[in-house]
Design a protein around this ligand. Structure first.
Ligand code: DGL
Length: 295
């Protein structure tokens, strides 16, 4: 792997982002990171063996998130980017506590702030996984951002659990996706929202279908893009000297790299290159001692 500048303290690379998601969705965040921070190296982990996260309990998501983050720290990354709304909603505080020496960026707050900035009527819709919506993280972040901006905001949420499997299958542009979205978005349409947060990094490929249901007047907020913008701003301010050249992108998955390679380019907007399967022994969950009393 190409190094991004020198090594920092304790073997850490100075310009290397460790980015993870349950699967392919986080590549929509990588797409913007590569555009805004072209010289930074990125190591990506997609937990394709265990996607989706959004239908699982908070405790399970926290455990998976800790394991993914620990895997990425082996590369000496300088920052962790949680390219997953579900993990950001239920596990960000845990990650920040566990990886105190690393800056950890989540996607909820930047998405909420961008929506508050964009809304004119104050009626904001949020779609996401069941876990993200149930956490109330967006309502909270929007309330804080609206208070700061001196604006009023009313939030209408809707879980859309079928969208992640459709995205993972490369079916975001299909008739099936449009039908499902018509159903999911009907209550938000009825509330006459003027801004919709795509509160899942798997959702940006559904933008054309969402627009066809809600119309062009509704502003779509891509939480991953808002996060990449904010991170790029702060990293550019703080990296002195700025890295130069073209940074590398190396992707790891926990299962079936070929499917990820085939569909990933649509999420990334460019060729992915080779995707590596994480050797099972390298994944922390295989290193756990056997449960006592098990055969
Ligand atoms: N892409 C993720 C998110 O932003 C996770 C989706 C899932 O695994 O359910 O929430």
């Amino acid at each position: 792997m190409k190094g991004g500048g020198g090594s920092g303290p304790a073997g850490r690379r100075e310009h290397m982002l460790g980015v993870f998601d349950s699967g392919i969705g986080g590549l929509t965040v990588v797409r913007h990171l590569r555009r805004l921070l072209p010289a930074w190296d990125i190591v990506y982990f997609g937990d394709t063996a265990r996607v989706p996260y959004g239908t699982k309990s908070d405790a399970t998501v926290r455990r998976f998130a800790g394991e993914a983050a620990r895997f990425l720290t082996q590369f000496g990354v300088s920052h962790l980017v949680v390219a997953c709304n579900t993990v950001s909603a239920v596990a960000l505080r845990h990650l920040t506590r566990e990886f105190q020496e690393l800056p950890v960026a989540g996607v909820i707050q930047p998405g909420a702030e961008a929506a508050v900035e964009a809304t004119r009527s104050g009626r904001i819709g949020v779609i996401g996984t069941r876990a993200t919506i149930a956490s109330g993280a967006y309502e909270h972040a929007i309330a804080v951002a609206a208070h700061r901006a001196g604006k009023k905001a009313r939030v209408h949420t809707r879980p859309c659990p079928l969208l992640v499997p459709l995205a993972e299958e490369g079916l975001a542009g299909s008739r099936a996706a449009r039908e499902v979205l018509r159903d999911y978005l009907a209550p938000l349409r009825a509330k006459r929202i003027d801004t919709l947060i795509l509160g899942c990094t798997h959702y940006p490929p559904f933008k054309p279908a969402i627009r066809s249901v809600l119309g062009r007047r509704v502003t779509l907020i891509d939480s991953g893009e808002a996060t990449a913008r904010r991170l790029a701003r702060s990293l550019k301010r703080n990296s002195n000297p700025a890295p130069r050249g073209r940074g590398s992108l190396t992707c790891y998955v926990s299962d079936i790299p070929r499917q990820f390679e085939a569909i990933g380019r649509r999420f990334l907007g460019s060729r992915l290159g080779r995707v590596w399967l994480v050797p099972q022994d390298d994944l922390p969950w295989f290193q756990r001692p056997p449960i006592q009393g098990s055969p």
